[in-house]
Design a protein around this ligand. Structure first.
Ligand code: GLT
Ligand code: MN
Ligand code: MN
Length: 386
């Protein structure tokens, strides 16, 4: 019951189960695992794939010899376990050279280094089969707007993305980009703070067709926003290339909790949205275990992410099959197409007919809306008594 299958496309990053528990106030509480060990742990919990930043796999100062050895070990772990690498990304936030941004830095040398590092990270992703490349610009922002012009920042981001799209096309790679928004942390404020910002930005790119989004639950919830609505906008625009699943108490620092562990109801509506609409890209858990966990408990964490998704998927199917719930939905839905002669696609005739129409405002305002009943049924279903 609730076991992962390849078609679920459950993935974890090396940095997720490999998180050593370091936080701004304290040192590591777990020893560092090798990529090889992480891949085996992920295979044990039933994951389909593993993702990485360039420097999760290859330390930034590794020699050529070390790099070759790491790649051999990683390849062997993938071969031994059957795990795939669907996504890769680049670390443009840890090194002090990126302390004031990478693509949006005021220093042209830093911007050039960031683009070079990304080209190398793209090559490293392609080498292990990645077809999606994520951009999370953790340092692309400010603590004070005195020193950076936000309009210039948008232009610099665009220039970098256009360059890198051309690079991918030039190399003949089969790779799409997925942009990940976050409102703040580690910067005071991060540019393109929400998935909606990213969607608007993408439309201004030269190759917008190859660029989509990678929304993360915690990042919209940190800002107190409805994550499901953001994901819906991305899906409707055919831009949901990837998704970072985790959980988060709104208004806090980025907690990256186990998926489904905090906000059961909104996680349910998210899973329902994804499943009802045939989402078929990776389901990536970008989360990490509590700092108090040892590696046995980290495994429990990873299994919990998977189980919670699959339990909520089952609940979504139950919701769709529940006669009482469906009857209420039919009652609520007053018919989408019944005013088609007045609205829908505009024509001068329709506008004239609409103007001539009179509406019974009192009747419209008095129509019953049994959302309390519907929500209570949803809650009872989620609490397991339906
Ligand atoms: C980092 C961040 C995540 C991003 C990762 C990809 S790194 O852990 O908090 O949200 O998805 O760069
Ligand atoms: Mn993320
Ligand atoms: Mn996060």
């Amino acid at each position: 019951m609730y076991d992962a299958k390849p078609e679920h496309k459950f993935t974890f990053g090396l940095w997720t189960v490999g998180h050593v528990g370091r936080d701004p106030f304290g040192e590591a509480t777990r020893h560092k695992l090798t990529a090889h060990e992480i891949v085996h742990m992920l295979a044990d919990v039933g994951a389909w794939g593993v993702n990485y930043h360039d420097n999760d796999l290859i330390p930034i100062d590794a020699t050529q010899g070390e790099t070759a050895q790491i790649k051999r070990d990683f390849r062997k772990a993938l071969d031994d376990t059957g795990l795939v690498v669907p996504m890769a990304t680049v670390n443009l936030f840890s090194d002090p050279s990126f302390r004031d941004g990478a693509f949006t830095s005021n220093d042209p040398k830093v911007r050039a280094y960031a683009v070079q590092k990304t080209m190398n990270a793209i090559d490293l992703g392609i080498e292990f089969g990645a077809t999606t490349f994520v951009f999370w610009g953790g340092r692309e922002g400010t603590e004070t707007d005195a020193g950076k012009d936000p309009i210039t920042a948008i232009k610099r981001s665009r220039e970098a993305m256009n360059y890198l799209c051309e690079y991918v096309i030039d190399q003949g790679y089969d790779l799409r980009f997925a942009l990940e928004a976050k409102p703040n942390e580690p910067r005071g404020d991060i540019y393109n703070a929400t998935t909606g910002n990213m969607l608007a930005f993408i439309e201004t790119l030269d190759h917008s067709d190859m660029v989509g989004v990678n929304p993360e639950v915690a990042h919209e919830q940190m800002a107190g926003l409805n994550f499901t609505h953001h994901v819906a906008q991305a899906m409707e625009a055919d831009k949901l290339f990837h998704i970072d699943l985790n959980d988060q108490v709104p208004g806090r620092y980025d907690q990256d909790y186990r998926f489904g562990s905090v906000s059961i109801k909104s996680s349910f509506f998210l899973v329902k949205l994804l499943e009802d609409n045939g989402y078929d890209n990776p389901r990536h858990f970008d989360a990490h275990a509590y700092r108090s966990s040892n590696y046995d408990d980290v495994k429990a964490f990873a299994r919990g992410c998977i189980r919670n998704y699959l339990i909520l998927k089952e609940k979504a199917a139950q919701f769709n099959a529940d006669a009482e719930i469906q009857a209420l939905l039919t009652e609520i839905d007053a018919g989408n197409d019944t005013m088609g002669e007045l609205v829908g696609a505009y024509s001068a005739e329709k506008a004239a007919a609409l103007r001539a129409q009179s509406f019974d405002r009192a009747a419209l305002g008095a129509r019953g809306m049994p959302y309390e009943r519907l929500d209570q049924l949803t809650i009872e279903l989620l609490m397991g008594i339906r």
